[in-house]
Ligand binder design. Structure first.
Ligand code: FAD
Ligand code: NAD
Length: 483
């Protein structure tokens, strides 16, 4: 192996591997270093997203939803199903097979694009040198014109509930349970808590979520958050807001081990709950352990993220950083786009990212998705806005599918009519919100969206009607705003 590269990427998650592939496509001699190993001790690409994040969680969400549908949800359709069984280890194995298929797929993509894939640990030294320690301990000093740090993030631990990997687990442990816990506690009713709480709730656990904040999904549009909370309550998720966990104690031995959690309720009372398993999912932090030599010249910001500008350039020349390790939402697609931008800028292009239009999805059922600004943010900014809402209960396609919970909400500028945000709870919200994201990228007004022809009967018609409702022209609901 030659030790000099045009680009060295540290980390092969969705930010790093995408960056490496794009750099190689642009003719740059590229290496990507990854330290993660699979259960067999072999190096594996794909990072959190493919191994213990987006993909495995969605595999379990889909499997658990199928189980829920056949065991509880088809009578209305005139279909009765008897004797439904559940094989949790088989479900977990299916998830594992998907992870394996996708992670080996990255190895194939690296090969096809000419990326040098190196398994082991990378450490940034001064002068764009990287100390590479291979999986078998051999140390090589590599050099590059550009180094891209894509080392990702790790779960935040809290001393009041230390993860033991057995009874108290984090998201990774919650993707590996081999049986359904009778009572499952979740600390943090954020994205992971809701997604993984939903998986195990559908499979039969009694799920209690303890959330420190008094508002549910406090950073989301609150109308959509409240609707979501109602829907989740109906599904049986016990979401307790304003609850601050103060301690935990493991009780019992062997298979009968449980955890007793002590917490302060919203009205200041001390309370206790006992769970068979407890998932701690209170956020993630940027991961920079053993990554930066003291003289490498890269600065961190006050939150421990690698400091970068809008173009993902750090304060050290030729050193870039992308994905969860830098500011902004910790989302796979945000990191991947940063990876592409950096590869293209290294190659001399002027690529930019529109950070105002990054969709965000919670993959519960129905899905919750948003893009752009929400009503609370617009109120705070003082910008004049108008709102169009269309409930799925008025959508023929949603009723036909028995998926009529939720709504589409579109916000547009009161004077220019330009679309400023879209917030959806409802069937296929992730895909519907993307339609509005595309429109926003092209500077669309609500009227532009309203003038488009949408196929019938589709769920997308709810987006059309919400856009019509912005200016009081909705057809299938009475308009609040008349024109
Ligand atoms: P990572 O994916 O964390 O990859 C970083 C890689 O760098 C890791 O493989 C790590 O081993 C490696 N590394 C670190 N340091 C070194 C070093 N010194 N040398 C070599 N290698 C190193 N996001 C979504 O957009 N949609 C979802 O549905 C979604 N679901 C999620 C579900 C769960 C349960 C979790 C935990 C996360 C989810 N996320 C989701 C978030 C998403 O996984 C992350 O935003 C994304 O993986 C970040 O990509 P990244 O490349 O920046 O970092
Ligand atoms: P989160 O920030 O979404 O939610 C954490 C929740 O825990 C918050 O509501 C917070 O108020 C609460 N909390 C914090 N400390 C607490 C405490 N001591 N007691 C009780 N509650 C407490 O974080 P997460 O759910 O851990 O997910 C981490 C990140 O992973 C997300 O922010 C997101 O970027 C990414 N992710 C994305 C997806 C997706 O896109 N669908 C899915 C999973 C994870």
């Amino acid at each position: 192996m030659s030790d000099k590269f045009d680009v060295i990427v540290i980390g092969a998650g969705p930010a790093g591997y995408v960056c490496a592939i794009r750099a190689a496509q642009l003719g740059l001699k590229t290496a990507c270093i990854e330290k993660m190993q699979n259960s067999e001790g072999k190096g594996v690409n794909g990072g959190t997203c493919l191994n213990v994040g987006c993909i495995p969680s969605k595999a379990l969400l889909d499997s658990s939803y199928k189980y829920h549908e056949v065991s509880k949800g088809l009578e209305k359709h005139g279909i009765s199903v008897k004797g439904v069984g559940l094989d949790v280890p088989a479900m977990i194995d299916r998830k594992g097979a998907i992870v394996k298929q996708l992670t080996t797929g990255i190895a194939g993509l690296f090969k096809a694009n000419g990326v040098t894939s190196l398994f082991g640990t990378g450490k940034l030294l001064a002068e764009r040198k990287v100390e590479y320690t291979s999986s078998d301990g051999e140390v090589t000093i590599l050099e590059a014109d550009n180094v891209v740090i894509a080392s990702g993030s790790s779960p935040i631990d809290i001393p009041v509930a230390p993860v033991d990997g057995e009874v108290i687990i984090n998201s990774t442990g919650a993707l590996e349970l081999q049986s359904v816990p009778a009572r499952l506690g979740v600390i943090g009713a954020g994205v992971i808590g809701l997604e993984l709480g939903s998986v195990w709730n559908r499979l039969g656990s009694e799920v209690v979520l303890l959330e420190a904040m008094e508002d549910f999904l406090s950073i989301m549009d609150q109308q959509i958050a409240k609707e979501t909370q109602k829907i989740l309550k109906k599904q049986g998720l016990d979401i307790r807001l304003g609850c601050r966990v103060t301690g935990s104690e493991i009780k019992g031995r062997g298979k009968s081990k449980k955890v007793e959690v002590t917490f302060q309720t919203a009205d200041g009372q001390e309370a206790k709950e006992t769970f068979d398993k407890l998932i701690v999912c209170v956020g993630r932090r940027p991961y920079t352990e053993n990554l930066l030599a003291p003289d490498c010249g890269v600065a961190l910001d006050e939150r421990g993220s690698i400091y970068v500008n809008e173009r993902c350039s750090t304060n050290a020349p030729g050193i870039w950083a992308v994905g969860d390790v830098v500011r902004g939402p910790m989302l796979a697609h945000k990191g991947s786009e940063e990876g592409v931008m950096v590869a293209e800028r290294i190659a001399g292009h002027k690529t930019q990212i529109n950070y105002d239009i990054i969709p965000n999805v919670i993959y519960i059922h129905p899905e919750v998705a948003s893009v752009g600004r929400n009503e609370e943010q617009l109120k705070q900014s003082g910008e004049p806005y108008k709102v169009g809402i269309f409930p799925f209960v008025a959508s023929g396609r949603a009723l036909a599918a028995d998926e009529s919970e939720g709504m589409v909400k579109i916000l547009a500028h009161a004077d220019t009519d330009r679309v400023l945000g879209c917030h959806i709870v409802g069937p296929s919200a992730a895909d519907l919100v993307q339609q509005v994201a595309i429109a926003m990228e092209f500077g669309s007004t609500a009227e532009d969206l309203a003038l488009m022809v949408f196929g019938h009967p589709t769920l997308s018609e709810a987006v059309h009607e919400a856009a019509l409702a912005v200016n009081g022209h909705a057809i299938h609901i009475p308009n609040k705003r008349k024109r």
